[in-house]
Every structure is written in structure tokens, then in C-alpha cells.
Write a protein that binds this ligand. Structure first.
Ligand code: MEV
Length: 438
């Protein structure tokens, strides 16, 4: 049986690899070879990756692709997307091309407010805590000046701090609920540093506050942390066209197409089982660009899904309607992103991807990424209400199946041609490959 190890993080990379491959893999030499295959040949780049995290043994890479032809507010973009799912970039590109001829995407940032909270326990009278907070607030701001000066120079900073009484839900529980503007930074470090300073000022000031009893002076800070729920850091992206221009297939009239899309969206608005998959498709587009631009996709995912159930039921992030003969399709979602700091200046590929996007501000990136989500949803819903999803999906997945089966380039070429007119299933691909080899 494998024994626990202590001091693993202090081992050299080679020793870590030696340990993990000998204790947890069947074929140590082969495992080491695989790990090394994924090392970057440029030792500086590899060292950069090694130092992003602890205990790095190699890199796990995802394909990075480009979805071209996105017309956003009359500017043309080629969007870099990092994703392993075969049909995502093809779907995004198809939707981009469709809307390119119909005026493109229009976008608008609705807000950029970020949130952080100091969660604390106070045993005492709320009126007194309220008066104390009035006395405390200027001190909270003053004592965090060294943290906020450079952010303020860039036009950001602390927007407000309010005291929230949460005692009806949890005994003695209060918050300092703070809002921030972080300009082009995602802002996590800035916000968390401010919050930790607030917590320290809160505790110190309470201890010496004359209006408090001894028990009231003893405020207990439970934690200070930003929130990834950012319902006021939102963006909207929209496409529209006269209904008669909504021609997606030869089998459906444009009006019927519009009506089916609207019905599909309505289903995702009221039915959580469908809404989750609907939004998952949106996140195929969102996450791929979030990753390509070095942003925190877990933060975005958490915030987006919380927003999707802000009205008490998990619901669609996209909407559709026909108004005066115009079909309108739009998305509204929160996106807390950065185009400076974090990986953005550090990771050469992230830097390049941002350059491909014309070095956007955080607000511009919000708009581009919202468009990627809307395009993805349009492509998915369009397929779902016409041919079904599997036709396009399996077409894109065919090469994965052929690679899995060890097909040569020649065999791949022949079978891709064969399956242009035949239904793709794993079994059928295997069968055809075997026939070819006979
Ligand atoms: C698959 O990754 C995403 C879809 O299921 C999204 C949807 O159903 O809308 C196709």
C-alpha cells in the first residue's frame, strides 16, 4: 500500500515525478516519457509554467483555435478560444458568419461593480453597532489609502461600504459589504487586501470604542473575502434582423424558425433541467475565451450560475422576441474580468490572444466574451430546432473517433469523405475502418 508522503512540495520536480509515477502508475518509464513530452522545449517558458502553481510536473494543454468574422459594434474580431470540445469553435464561427451579414452583434456594459465582504460576529445592540459604523467608515477608508492610491489613479477604488445586519438569518452575524471599481484588473487581490485592512481596522477600533461594553468590543471577524457574485458587473450582447432574414434551413420558414427559437428560449426560462444545459452551451463559448485570455473561469462560472438563479429559479441567460417584425436575440450576464495583472502579462500565449483581440480594456473584453456566449447559444439552439445537435457534433467528433481507433492520415481522408453522406456513430466508424483495412 502507498504510504502518505510528507515534504512533497520540497522535492525537486524530477523527484516528484519519480515518486508519483512509481507509486501511482503501472509503467513508470512510459509515464515519465508522457509527462516529458508535454514539457516546453524552451526552458524559460517551462519554468514560468512550473512557477504558476505548486508541484508542477508537466503541462496539460488544450487546443487554441480562432473563431473569425465576429462583427461587434461595427468592428471585426477574430476570437481566440481554448477548448477541447470538438464542435464549439465551428459553431461559434458559423454563428459569427450568419450575423456578419445581418449587422453583427451590438453590445453594452451595464455595470462594473465588484463586491467584497467582511463577515463578523457582534454580540450586542444593533443601534450601537450602527453608530459605531458611522464613526468607523471614514477610518476604514483612511486606513486603506496606501492600498487604494494607485487604483484610484486609474479611476477605480472603493465605491462604498455598508453595514449589513444578517442576524435574522444567523445569530450575531453582520457584514461590512463593500463595493469596488477595479478598472482593467479583475481586482481579486486589490479587493481582498482592502477587506483584510477593513477587518483589522474594524477590530482595532471596536476594542477602543467608548460606546461599547466589554462584550461588544470583542468583535470576532470570521473572514474577509471578495464575492464572485457580481450582479452589478454585467454586460448585454444582442443580435437582430427582420424575421424574413432568419433563414436557417430549407425545411423551416423564417417565421417558424423565429417562433421555434423563442419557444426554445421560453422553455429554458421556465425549466431548470433544460436551462442548465442551455447555459452550459453558452459557457462553452464564454469559458473558451475566458481561458484564452488568462481569466479565472471558475470565478466566472460561479458568478454566472448564481446570476442565472437570481429570481429564485435557475433560468436561461438568453432571451428572444419578435417586435415589429424584427427578431431579437440577446444575452445578459455578469462577467468579472481583467486585461491587466494575473496571467495577462505573464503568459506569452495569453498576451498574444489579447493582442489578437486588439488589447481590449476589461469592459471591451466583457463585451467580446458575452458575444462568444450568445453566438454559441444561437448555434446550439439553431441546430436543436432544425437538424438536432448530433449531426454537427458527430461530424466534428469524427476525427477524435478515428484518432482513438489509430486511423492513418489516408484512412482518415477516405472515411471523412464517406461520412459526409452517412450517419456517424462510433460503431459505424469502427466498422468502416475495418472494411477499409480488409
Ligand atoms: C453541448 O456542449 C452544449 C449543448 O448541449 C447546448 C444546448 O443544448 O443548448 C449543445
Amino acid at each position: 500500500m502507498t504510504e502518505p508522503i510528507s515534504g512533497f512540495s520540497k522535492l525537486t520536480k524530477e523527484d516528484k515525478i519519480d515518486w508519483v509515477t512509481s507509486h501511482y502508475t503501472q509503467n513508470k518509464e512510459q509515464s515519465i516519457k508522457i509527462l516529458q513530452t508535454y514539457w516546453n522545449q524552451n526552458s524559460n517558458i517551462q519554468q514560468l509554467h512550473d512557477e504558476f502553481i505548486e508541484n508542477t510536473i508537466t503541462n496539460l494543454y488544450l487546443p487554441l483555435g480562432i473563431a473569425p468574422n465576429f462583427l461587434i459594434n461595427d468592428n471585426l474580431y477574430a476570437i481566440p478560444m481554448a477548448i477541447e470540445e470538438s464542435s464549439v469553435i465551428a459553431a461559434a464561427s458559423k454563428a459569427a458568419k450568419f450575423w456578419l451579414k445581418r449587422g453583427g452583434f451590438k453590445t453594452e456594459v451595464l455595470g462594473t461593480e465588484k463586491v467584497g465582504q467582511v463577515h463578523f460576529l457582534f454580540k450586542g445592540n444593533f443601534e450601537k453597532l450602527s453608530s459605531f459604523f458611522t464613526y468607523l467608515k471614514p477610518k476604514l477608508l483612511a486606513e486603506s489609502v496606501s492600498l487604494t492610491t494607485s487604483m484610484q489613479k486609474r479611476g477605480g477604488g472603493i465605491s462604498d461600504i455598508v453595514l449589513k445586519n444578517k442576524t435574522t438569518e444567523l445569530e450575531n452575524y453582520y457584514q461590512l459589504h463593500a463595493t469596488f471599481q477595479t478598472k482593467d484588473a479583475m481586482g481579486a487581490n486589490f479587493i481582498n487586501s482592502c477587506l483584510e485592512q477593513f477587518a483589522s481596522t474594524l477590530k482595532n477600533e471596536a476594542t477602543s470604542y467608548n460606546g461599547f461594553s466589554d462584550e461588544e468590543k470583542n468583535i470576532e471577524v470570521i473572514m474577509s473575502i471578495l464575492s464572485n457574485y457580481v450582479p452589478n458587473c454585467t454586460v448585454r450582447a444582442q443580435v437582430s434582423c427582420p424575421v424574413e432574414e432568419l433563414k436557417l434551413s430549407t425545411d423551416l420558414s423564417p417565421l417558424h424558425t423565429a417562433e421555434k427559437i423563442i419557444q426554445a428560449i421560453k422553455i429554458a426560462q421556465i425549466e431548470p433541467y433544460r436551462a442548465v444545459t442551455h447555459n452550459k452551451g453558452i459557457m462553452n463559448g464564454i469559458d473558451a475565451v475566458v481561458l484564452a485570455t488568462g481569466n479565472d473561469f471558475r470565478a466566472v462560472e460561479a458568478g454566472v450560475h448564481a446570476y442565472a438563479c437570481r429570481n429564485g429559479r435557475y433560468s436561461s441567460l438568453t432571451y428572444a422576441e419578435i417586435e415589429d417584425g424584427i427578431f431579437k436575440f440577446w444575452i445578459e450576464l455578469p462577467l468579472a474580468l481583467g486585461t491587466v495583472g494575473g496571467l495577462t502579462n505573464l503568459h506569452p500565449l495569453v498576451k498574444l490572444n489579447l493582442e489578437i483581440l486588439r488589447n481590449p480594456s476589461a469592459e471591451e473584453l466583457m463585451q467580446i466574451i458575452a458575444v462568444a456566449g450568445l453566438a454559441q447559444n444561437f448555434a446550439a439552439v439553431s441546430s436543436l430546432i432544425t437538424t438536432g445537435i448530433q449531426k454537427g457534433h458527430m461530424k466534428m467528433h469524427l476525427l477524435n473517433i478515428l484518432n482513438q481507433l489509430g486511423a492513418s492520415d489516408l484512412e482518415k481522408g477516405k472515411l471523412v469523405t464517406h461520412f459526409k453522406t452517412n450517419t456517424i456513430t462510433h460503431h459505424e466508424v469502427e466498422l468502416q475502418l475495418n472494411l477499409l483495412r480488409k
